[in-house]
Write a protein that binds this ligand. Structure first.
Ligand SMILES: [Zn+2]
Ligand SMILES: [Zn+2]
Length: 121
């Protein structure tokens, strides 16, 4: 794993340090000066999909009467909180409730108290 760990020079085995040269990031050997360009894939962290709905608490929520959780629903833990009981185990699923050219509505149902609500994507 090269995520944040120490990188060693392939030539002399010296410790390599990150250095910005002409706008590009390189790992440069502190012993022999050997440098290697850092590729984006190695430094960019892949975010989990939970990041996408991180902003959800600010969005408008509307209470709905659907009580059935479809089989396509997935159980989220620690991502969304039930506005009623505060549980962080919540089922989520998507429904195309409006015109086909509009984004689908995201539905939530608390796994603890059964409170159901929705959020426009
Ligand atoms: Zn070296
Ligand atoms: Zn709840």
């Amino acid at each position: 794993m090269a995520t944040g760990g120490i990188k060693f020079c392939p030539k002399c085995g010296g410790i390599m340090r990150p250095m910005r040269i002409n706008g590009k990031l390189y790992m440069v050997c502190t012993r022999c000066g050997y440098k290697e360009e850092v590729k984006d894939a190695g430094v960019v962290t892949v975010y989990s999909r939970s990041v996408k709905i991180k902003h959800s608490p600010r969005e408008k929520t509307v209470v709905i009467d659907e009580s059935e959780v479809p089989r396509t629903a997935s159980l989220l833990k620690g991502v969304v909180r039930c506005p009623k009981c505060g549980s962080d185990e919540v089922y989520v699923w998507m429904v195309q409730t409006r015109a086909a050219d509009e984004p689908p509505t995201r539905f939530y149902k608390c796994a603890r108290c059964g409170y159901t609500w929705r959020e426009y994507a």
